[in-house]
Design a binder for this molecule. Structure first.
Ligand code: ADP
Length: 449
């Protein structure tokens, strides 16, 4: 297939802008599909064309498949980029995009479907040789079944939603007395969040790190990895700060993990960008899930490799061969990303509103992915991520010094943001030493009260 001429971006905020930028540099025209709440968004302003697809609630606009397909047809695009969130991991959407004659910038609907069901993903990954967290072979349908399994695996255990995402539908049971309540809570949370109460069981690892591998596969059998990202700084199982390389891995572990990820993705016959997420504890890796899309934290990898992952994603979606192999991917220095949300930095209550003043940091090794500008509005209907500050340095120490300096320069006035939290966290000696697990941030937050 020849390259795309025109792409519809079915998303909003900083990621819509990020995709627009990549397309622009590739000479591809952009159409941004947006809700009425985002009519003045930066991506809408910069795009070649824009189409309003509905009112603010996501189900009426960013999740409104007929409206998005109509916008694509009216504007005559070749392909649709789903971005992150919303319809990015909706297999039916990917299928419909293709049925309507557009290319879907993402993996095949089958792979989205398999990986969107964590039980199916575990089965598929075990079959291609990836180690998973010890747990149930399939779904767990009754509390009796859960109790038998938990006794065999050993407490603590984690009851997880098969349709899970965003850390929802996950409950820990420390012992047999707490299993029934964890089981029913996880089921009801899963049902409310995903309309599907299917759950499964995993051993609850008590002090792991979250380490993920970025992969890319073309449609000609070439699969490469772009190294790992350490995303252990989390609150409520949601990432807050990410870095690469992981301070916890040796070169040999890094090489082995990359090779393992590439091998399993090749066996799956996957295409496009993807991320294999692992928990790492006591020298062992355990696969937990695969995200079949771009990740919020992809800039960390781009800073380290100098490769534009969105450009590569678009290129492989046209059917073009990657044109290089693993040897061509170099890793240089260190990169860290802070996710700045429009939220109260202590209570994490969302803080929508008007941005009275915005000033982004700059200078060598500083990148800010944000759609903010003076006078723009943060609508109350969507995710509260408003800016990602990423710094790069020749060493982790240089990267951190630069991050501290960059955060000092960042000005966002008019709404509360989590900027003060980041300023404080990156000064902590344990963070500076790279010595943290997935629980570190929550226990640090408790100590602040
Ligand atoms: P989601 O799709 O909701 O993000 P994940 O399976 O990716 O769920 O897990 C999110 C986070 O939850 C992980 O990064 C980790 O912090 C925690 N987690 C998941 N599974 C386990 C487990 N078996 N033991 C301990 N923590 C876990």
């Amino acid at each position: 297939m020849a390259g795309f001429r025109k792409v519809l971006i079915a998303n909003r905020g900083e990621i819509a802008l990020r995709i627009h930028r990549a397309c622009r540099e590739m000479g591809i025209s952009t159409v941004v599909a947006h809700s009425t709440a985002d009519s003045d968004a930066m991506a809408v302003r910069l795009a070649d064309e824009s189409v309003c697809i509905g009112p603010p609630p996501p189900r009426d606009s960013y999740l409104n498949i007929p409206a998005i397909l109509s916008a694509a047809a009216i504007t005559g695009v070749d392909a649709i980029h789903p971005g992150i969130g919303f319809l990015a991991e909706n297999a039916r959407f990917a299928e419909m995009v293709e049925e309507h004659g557009f290319a879907f910038i993402g993996p095949s609907p089958e792979h989205i479907r398999i990986m969107g069901d964590k039980v199916a993903a575990r089965t598929a990954m075990l079959a291609v040789g990836l180690p998973c967290v010890p747990g149930s072979d399939g779904t767990v349908d009754t509390v009796e079944q859960a109790a038998d399994l938990a006794a065999a695996i050993g407490y603590p255990v984690l009851v997880k939603a098969a349709a899970g995402g965003g850390g929802k539908g996950m409950k820990v049971a420390d012992d047999a007395d707490h299993l029934a309540s964890a089981f029913s809570l996880a089921r009801s949370e899963a049902s409310a969040a995903f309309g599907d109460n299917t759950v499964y069981l995993e051993k609850y690892l008590e002090a792991p790190r979250h380490i993920e591998v970025q992969i890319l596969a073309d449609t000609h059998g070439t699969v490469v990895h772009f190294g790992e990202r350490d995303c252990s700084l989390q609150r409520r199982h949601q990432k807050v700060i990410e870095e690469a390389p992981s301070p916890a891995l040796t070169e040999a572990q890094r090489r082995d993990l990359g090779a393992l990820a590439v091998d399993s993705v090749r066996r799956l016959g996957y295409r496009g960008v993807g991320t294999l997420e692992f928990l790492y504890q006591d020298g062992a890796f355990y696969f937990i899930e695969m995200n079949t899309r771009l990740q919020v934290e992809h800039p960390v990898t781009e800073m380290l490799t100098g490769i534009d992952l969105v450009r590569e994603q678009v290129r492989v979606a046209t059917g073009e061969p990657l044109g290089y192999g693993q040897d061509a991917i170099g890793f240089y220095g260190h990169a860290i990303e802070c996710r700045i949300n429009a939220e109260d930095p202590r209570t994490f209550t969302p803080s929508p509103g008007r941005i009275d003043s915005y000033h982004a940091p700059g200078g060598l090794g500083v990148r800010v992915d944000s759609a903010l500008y003076d006078g723009c509005r943060i609508p109350p209907f969507y995710d509260s991520l408003i800016a990602k500050v990423i710094t790069h340095g020749t060493s982790r120490t240089d990267c951190l010094l630069r991050l501290r300096r960059a955060l000092e320069e960042l000005v966002i006035e008019g709404v509360s943001t989590t900027l003060p939290l980041h300023v404080d966290v990156i000064r902590e000696p344990e963070f500076a030493a790279g010595d943290y697990t997935i629980h570190w941030l929550e226990s640090w937050l408790e100590r602040q009260d």
